[in-house]
Design a protein. Structure first.
Length: 107
């Protein structure tokens, strides 16, 4: 019982045990494209899939980085506003002290 395999269902999946492909009579000799391995294509497909699976994680990381940057800017703005407020308060206190000193000297 000699069963031959088809392209879709080969007799064996081991390439070394499969029969070599014979060149077609209609094709001129040397016109075939060079052999290539599909492992590179499979690897790139795997990488692409892995990258696509990691896209939401990368987006979340970028979003968190942006939010942290915005929060830091907000903290700086709040500190700057507080510093300006304290500077104005100190300037007013300084003016009051000068006036009080001037009034004391005048009397």
């Amino acid at each position: 019982m000699n069963i031959t395999g088809t392209i879709d269902r080969p007799l064996t999946h081991d390439p070394k045990k499969q029969a070599p492909m014979k060149p077609s009579a209609s094709e001129p000799t040397g016109s075939a494209t060079p052999d290539f391995t599909t492992s590179g294509a499979t690897d790139s497909r795997q990488n692409r899939t892995r990258e696509m699976q990691l896209i939401p994680e990368a987006l979340a990381r970028a979003h968190m980085h942006e939010r942290l940057h915005e929060a830091e800017q907000e903290r700086r703005a709040v500190r700057l506003a507080a510093a300006r407020r304290m500077q104005r308060r100190a300037e007013r206190a300084s003016l009051r002290a000068r006036r009080a000193l001037a009034m004391a000297v005048m009397q």
